[in-house]
Design a protein around this ligand. Structure first.
Ligand code: AFP
Length: 358
């Protein structure tokens, strides 16, 4: 039934009615959605599109770029630069911010995006996605790097697309989190998942366990308890997932709950986590919070973190409220030392009375 379906345009008109800057924001999100349709078509061609494999270049984080990383980045830029809503863009695939060039009018928004998240999955035909975040640029001057360094609570809108068996767009303009499915026959994104709500409790967690030796104790404690299941202190069994595509993990959590962790670890002290704050952590945190979940570094809300660099990294722990709050409590107890049994200073490691180890 085609009649009566809510398309993305209709949804945005209804959601933003009465908002003065609504027209520009709607137009921008429609342009982002058009880019996403292009990326969806490109990705779905698979090996037939001659787009697979490495581009032979590296991005600013020193990661090898796939051909599709480069092509999808270009597609986002070309689709979003001309409309007059944007002043500039930053992307995982560009070292420096991109300022909208002069033939085009400069607008009052900034866009931060990861054009193809999980791209290491592309050659094995596993779900990948695009993540984006919209910020305000109130200044009349061209944006500088500092213009993008706004904390996540200042996001005007956020969203992602998932290129799976179907292509979906999930967005928030600060009034709930809503999912649209691409109808390939009409070319419309149709509202199929309004007002997504994450259950507060879950029996599912997602983490890359191969990094276990680098984790901080609160994460080891939490995952250990989940793995112990029914026989441990949680007294129930948990299930584990790891897709190595954040979009797919967040999508699963929005559909049925769960907790996703890419925590701080000790692999490289200069990197407080793997995921990027401006175009991965913040937009996903907004979508999760708008759906009733929590998004934390383990030591505070992601959206309150003041960014100091465009490509800054952050620990990410997000999903079902009660589990994320438990993990935050484990961090607090670890930082206070209250998770460790009291050892008298007379017998601690530095004491003269330390019993000899044989
Ligand atoms: P790529 O976009 O480079 O494939 O990275 C994906 C990602 O940023 C995120 O989507 C995954 O959750 C995470 O990295 C996977 O990282 P590991 O390979 O270390 O598990």
């Amino acid at each position: 039934m085609l009649y009566g379906r809510t398309t993305l345009s209709k949804f945005l008109i209804e959601q933003l009615r009465g908002d003065k800057s609504a027209q520009d924001l709607s137009a921008l999100l429609i342009d982002v959605a058009a880019a996403i349709k292009g990326i969806s078509a490109m990705v779905s061609k698979g090996a037939l599109g001659d787009h697979l494999g490495s581009a032979g270049t590296q991005n600013v984080q020193g990661e090898t770029q796939k051909k599709l990383d480069v092509l999808t980045n270009e597609l986002m830029l070309r689709q979003c630069e001309w409309g007059g809503q944007l002043a500039g863009m930053v992307s995982e695939e560009m070292d420096e911010p991109f300022t909208v060039p002069s033939p085009y009018p400069r607008g009052a928004y900034l866009l931060a995006f990861d054009p193809l998240d999980g791209s290491s999955n592309i050659d094995v035909n596993v779900a990948v996605g695009t993540i984006f975040s919209v910020l305000k640029h109130a200044d009349r001057k061209p944006p500088q790097t500092a213009s993008y360094l706004q904390n996540g609570d200042r996001q005007i809108a956020a969203g992602y697309a998932i290129y799976g068996p179907s292509t979906m767009l999930v967005i928030s303009v600060g009034r709930g989190t809503h999912g649209f499915t691409l109808d390939r026959e009409t070319g419309n994104f149709v509202l199929t998942h309004p007002d997504l709500t994450i259950p507060a409790d879950t029996g599912e967690f997602a983490i890359n366990v191969s990094n276990e030796r680098f984790w901080e104790p609160p994460i080891t404690r939490y995952v250990g308890e989940c793995k112990a299941g029914r026989s441990g202190i949680r007294e129930r069994d948990f299930n584990m997932r790891w897709i190595a595509s954040m979009v797919a993990e967040v999508h699963r959590i929005l559909m049925r709950g769960g907790v996703f962790m890419y925590p701080r670890d000790t692999r490289d002290p200069s990197k407080p986590g793997r995921l990027r704050l401006l175009y991965e952590g913040n937009p996903m945190a907004m979508l999760i919070e708008q759906a009733g979940g929590c998004a934390s570094t383990g030591r505070g809300r992601i959206c309150e973190l003041p960014p100091s660099q465009v490509h800054q990294r952050t620990p990410v722990i997000l999903g079902s409220r009660n589990e994320v709050e438990r993990i935050e409590r484990y961090h607090r107890e670890y930082d206070e030392g209250s998770d460790r049994p009291f050892v008298s200073p007379l017998f601690n490691e530095r004491s003269l009375y330390r019993p000899e180890v044989t």
